[in-house]
Design a protein around this ligand. Structure first.
Ligand code: MN
Length: 465
C-alpha cells in the first residue's frame, strides 16, 4: 500500500483583503482552487469547486477524476447563472488523486483547469507537471515571449480556461508513477509568482515535514511581497510500495499527459534543479492578480498621484499666466494724496496680484487737465513704462501750455510733497503757441488726393457708359 503524508496552508497575502483560494487534503485526494469574481464570487466558486470535486470522486479511477472536475464545473456554473451577484464567477482547479487498484498499477492522476500548478519534486529536481491555461503561457509556447518575460508579463493574470464559466469544461489530465521520496506541490499563482522554482525546491529540501514545508512556503511568499492569495499543498510519497519499480518495468515512469482520453507524449515544462538557492537567480515578480482587489487600487493610487501632479503643474502654469496677465502691464492712476502714479499691474486687482507703484510723478489730480482726469481716475492702461511716460509728457505739456496761456497752477493735495510741474515746464522747452497743437494728440489724416478721385470717376465712367 502506498503510504502518503500531506500538509496544506493558505494565506490571504499582504495586499488582498479576502482569500479567494480554497484547498483540501482528502483521502487520496488533494486540490487547490483559486477563485475569481467580485461580490464573494471568487471565494464561493473556489470553495464550491473543491467541495463538489471531492463529493463527486466516487472511485479511484482517472475517469472519475475528470468526471468529478466536470461535475464541479457544472455546479459552479449553475450557481453562477442562478445568483445574479455571483454571475461570471469562476475558479481554477488543480487536483491530484491516487488512482488505480491497490498493489497493482496505482499512480497519481493530476487534473488541471486554469493557472494553478502542480509540481513534482524528485531527486532535487522541480518539474512542472501541469500546463497553465493562460494567455502568457500560450504566448510563451508560441515563442512570442521567453520564459523570463512570461514570469513578469503584466497580463499573466489572464486565464484562458476556468472552471464554472461555461456549462462544459475541458480538463487536462496527467499521470505520474509515484516514487518514494517524491514530493508533489499543488499551489495557486500567489506562490509561484512570488517564489522561484529554486526557492521552492530549496525549501522542500530543507523542511522534511510536509506541513512545515507548506507553512514556510506561504510565509516566504508573503515575505517576497504577498501580492496575491497564497495556497500550497504538499503531498509526500513516504513509501511507493514498489509502484515506481513496476512503472519503470512497464515503461511508464515518465510524466504522461492525456487530453480527451488520449495520451500526449512528453511534458513540455522544464525541469529545474533546486540546488541553486541564490537570491540573484530568482525571477522578478510583478502583480499576480486574477481578480480586481487591492493591486488594482495600488495602480489607481499611482494614477491619482500622477493626476494630482499634473493638476498642480497646470495650476502652476495658470498662476504664471495670471501673474503675467495681471503684472505684465501698467496703468496711470491716482495714488495717495491724489498724486498721478504709474502702477505696475491692472486697475482691477486680479486674484492676489495687487498693482504696485512703478513711478511717481509729483503731479496732482487738481493739476491734471480735466479731459484726462476721468481717464486717470478709471486707470489709464498702457503697455509699458515708455508708453506711460509718453502719456504723462503729453499731460504735462498741456498743463505747461495752459500755464503759459495764463492759467493758475492748482496747489497739490493737502499734505502732499511738492509738485514737479514747474520743473517739468522748464524741461519741456516748447514754444507757447505751438504746444497746444502738439499735445492735442489727434492727427488729422492727410487730405485725399484729387487725382485719385478723378481716376475713380474715370473708371466708373468707362465701366458704365
Ligand atoms: Mn491567485
Amino acid at each position: 500500500m502506498i503510504e502518503l503524508a500531506a500538509g496544506g496552508a493558505s494565506d490571504v497575502g499582504r495586499v488582498r483583503s479576502v482569500n479567494q483560494d480554497s484547498w483540501v487534503i482528502g483521502d487520496g485526494l488533494w486540490a487547490v482552487a483559486d477563485g475569481m469574481g467580485g461580490h464573494q464570487g471568487g471565494e464561493v466558486a473556489s470553495r464550491m469547486a473543491i467541495d463538489s470535486f471531492q463529493a463527486h470522486m466516487l472511485e479511484p479511477t482517472s475517469d472519475a477524476v475528470v468526471e468529478a472536475a466536470q461535475q464541479a464545473n457544472a455546479a459552479v456554473h449553475q450557481r453562477s447563472s442562478q445568483d445574479a451577484k455571483l454571475r461570471g464567477m469562476g475558479t481554477t482547479l488543480c487536483a491530484m488523486a491516487l488512482v488505480g487498484l491497490d498493489g497493482e498499477d496505482q499512480e497519481l492522476a493530476v487534473i488541471n483547469i486554469g493557472d494553478s500548478r502542480c509540481y513534482q519534486w524528485r531527486d532535487g529536481l522541480m518539474t512542472q507537471i501541469t500546463r497553465d491555461h493562460s494567455l502568457v503561457e500560450d504566448m510563451r509556447e508560441a515563442g512570442q515571449i521567453t520564459e523570463a518575460e512570461a514570469a513578469v508579463h503584466p497580463h499573466r493574470n489572464i486565464v484562458t480556461r476556468a472552471l464554472g464559466i461555461q456549462p462544459d469544461v475541458e480538463v487536462d489530465e496527467f499521470f505520474v508513477a509515484p516514487k518514494t521520496g517524491d514530493r508533489y506541490i499543488l499551489c495557486s499563482d500567489g506562490l509561484f509568482n512570488e517564489l522561484s522554482n529554486e526557492k521552492i525546491g530549496a525549501t522542500l529540501r530543507r523542511l522534511v515535514d510536509p506541513q512545515d514545508a507548506c507553512s514556510e512556503l506561504v510565509r516566504l511568499a508573503n515575505e517576497a511581497g504577498g501580492r496575491d492569495n497564497v495556497t500550497c499543498v504538499v503531498v509526500d510519497i513516504v513509501d511507493d510500495d514498489g509502484s515506481a519499480e513496476r512503472a519503470s518495468a512497464a515503461g511508464r515512469d515518465a510524466i504522461r499527459r492525456r487530453t480527451q482520453g488520449h495520451d500526449v507524449a512528453g511534458i513540455a515544462s522544464a525541469t529545474t534543479p533546486d540546488v541553486d538557492d541564490d537570491e540573484a537567480s530568482e525571477k522578478p515578480t510583478g502583480f499576480p492578480e486574477k481578480t480586481e482587489t487591492k493591486p488594482k487600487l495600488k495602480r489607481a493610487t499611482w494614477r491619482t498621484l500622477l493626476f494630482v501632479l499634473l493638476f498642480l503643474i497646470i495650476l502652476g502654469l495658470a498662476a504664471l499666466a495670471v501673474g503675467w496677465y495681471s503684472r505684465g502691464t501698467y496703468f496711470v492712476g491716482f495714488g495717495s494724496h491724489e498724486e498721478v502714479v504709474v502702477f505696475k499691474g491692472r486697475p482691477e486687482q486680479v486674484l492676489w496680484f495687487k498693482p504696485t507703484i512703478a513711478k511717481r510723478t509729483g503731479v496732482y489730480k487738481a493739476q491734471v487737465p480735466e479731459a484726462q482726469r476721468d481717464d486717470i481716475a478709471a486707470g489709464k492702461q498702457v503697455d509699458s513704462i515708455a508708453s506711460a511716460k509718453t502719456y504723462l509728457n503729453q499731460m504735462r505739456a498741456i498743463i505747461c501750455s495752459n500755464l503759459r496761456n495764463g492759467a493758475r497752477l492748482a496747489p497739490p493735495a493737502p499734505g502732499a510733497p511738492t509738485t514737479t510741474i514747474p520743473r517739468a515746464c522748464a524741461d519741456l522747452t516748447m514754444p507757447p503757441g505751438k504746444s497746444t497743437t502738439t499735445t492735442s494728440t489727434t492727427t488729422s489724416p492727410p487730405p485725399s488726393q484729387p487725382a485719385t478721385t478723378v481716376a475713380s470717376t474715370k473708371r466708373t465712367t468707362t465701366t458704365h457708359p
